[in-house]
Write a protein that binds this ligand. Structure first.
Ligand SMILES: [Zn+2]
Length: 176
């Protein structure tokens, strides 16, 4: 997937978290546009940013204010960078991070986002130069949900979310 959509598996969704994603969805300009189009008509001509959604129109659904793409919940942009940060945890380097992302989550422009993250990170750069001798970083996967949490802030201007990501499920909790 190369488009601007970010999804999470349905089995990682709790009712509580879904409610927070629903709140963030309401704040998300793009997702609101998609919602409007789903409820009435898709604009013609279709805007480029709506294209990935329009192409999969038949697979899109709304449930309790959350958008679903097949069995996956569409994660609003506000939460995406936090999940990207989580994937970067432990400075796995470019290749490992891409592999992780592919098996765990679906991220828009995934390779580009990851390349940018790694490029900006000195630790990951080090890892690249040592890659020939050093063993590949092994990403420690927590045994249970909530064993390890990552907390960060996301937002803009004077508005901030506190974002908590469970390291195992990648489940985001969003606090206002
Ligand atoms: Zn790094």
């Amino acid at each position: 997937m190369d488009e601007d959509v970010f999804v999470i598996d349905e089995d990682q969704i709790t009712e509580f978290s879904a409610r927070k994603v629903a709140v963030a969805t309401r704040w998300d300009k793009l997702l609101c546009q998609v919602l409007r189009a789903m409820n009435s008509n898709w604009p013609n001509p279709i805007e480029k940013k709506l294209e990935p959604f329009h192409k999969r129109e038949s697979e899109l659904a709304i449930e309790n204010g959350c958008m679903f793409w097949g069995s996956k919940m569409v994660i609003p942009k506000e939460l995406q960078s936090a999940v990207l940060c989580e994937l970067h945890e432990g400075n796995p380097g470019m290749t490992k991070m891409k592999n992780l992302a592919r098996t765990r989550v679906l991220l828009p422009n995934m390779d580009r986002e990851i390349e940018e993250t790694v490029r900006k990170c000195l630790h990951c750069q080090d890892q690249r130069s040592e890659a020939a001798q050093a063993p590949v970083h092994s990403w420690e996967f927590p045994a249970k949900p909530w064993n390890r949490l990552h907390i960060d802030f996301a937002g803009h201007n004077d508005f901030h979310w506190k974002v908590i990501i469970d390291a195992r499920t990648k489940w985001p909790e969003l606090l206002l």
